[in-house]
Design a binder for this molecule. Structure first.
Ligand code: DC
Length: 221
């Protein structure tokens, strides 16, 4: 049986880690929609396609082929998986993902993914716009401070430069931008299970998600 599980929520809520672990536990694929927006933003910005010209954007987007293979992101066969995880691309992705022309161009690519089998899709509008008919939907969030702390620890563990106050300020700013934008503002999808993970461990979140998924799927054929 093919099915879709969606996990939406703000930046740094731990969605990626949990979505990956959920997919692994269920033996299904993981769709990181943020990685697609990041890759597109990186390429558009480096090709100097400004976010204020729909016509150029549409033309540039028609020439960009994004693929997700083995947990990596490729743009026109070029692996950008490392390059898209920088604070600069955090900002660029937030700007370009707010544009309706960009969202429209990336919708089909995302909706094609479950054709290959069940998936866990993670993003900002996967339960509302991309997969409104998903079998199980989650909205995962945590306080800005809890999210900043996690991002900080993640960067430190990877040996990257990190400043807690700067990360917190960037998260608050990005939340504001992602929630107030006109195109697909961050919101809790209809029927989504709301999870505030501020005081939960990763294992607690994972177990809670797996319990709810198994329960929901047991009612499906
Ligand atoms: O989850 P992330 O930080 O990798 O996402 C990068 C940016 O892309 C972030 O600004 C939100 C945006 N995004 C989006 O608008 N819609 C999605 N489905 C996924 C990400």
């Amino acid at each position: 049986m093919s099915y879709v599980i969606t996990i939406d929520g703000p930046a740094g809520a731990g969605k990626s880690t949990i979505a990956k672990r959920t997919a692994q536990a269920l033996g299904i694929s993981y769709l990181d929609t943020g990685a697609i927006y990041r890759a597109i933003a990186l390429i558009l910005a480096s090709s100097e396609v400004k976010p204020d010209n729909d016509e150029y954007l549409r033309e540039a987007l028609s020439k960009i082929r994004v693929e997700l293979r083995d947990g990596k992101v490729f743009v026109n066969d070029f692996d950008v998986s490392g390059e898209i995880r920088t604070p600069e691309v955090d900002e660029l992705a937030s700007v370009y993902s707010a544009l309706p022309v960009v969202r429209k161009a990336l919708l089909g690519l995302q909706q094609e993914q479950p054709k290959h089998g069940p998936i866990v899709a993670e993003g900002r509008d996967v339960g509302s716009v991309v997969f409104p008919g998903a079998q199980v939907k989650f909205f995962m969030t945590a306080s800005p401070e809890a999210r900043a702390r996690r991002r900080y620890l993640e960067r430190v563990s990877k040996g990257r430069p990190a400043n807690y106050d700067e990360i917190l300020a960037a998260i608050i700013e990005r939340d504001k931008h992602d929630s107030s934008r006109a195109a697909a503002p961050l919101s809790v999808p209809d029927g989504a299970i709301y999870l505030d993970t501020s005081d939960m461990t990763e294992d607690e979140v994972l177990n809670c998600i797996l319990d709810r998924v198994r329960e929901a799927l047991s009612h499906e054929d």
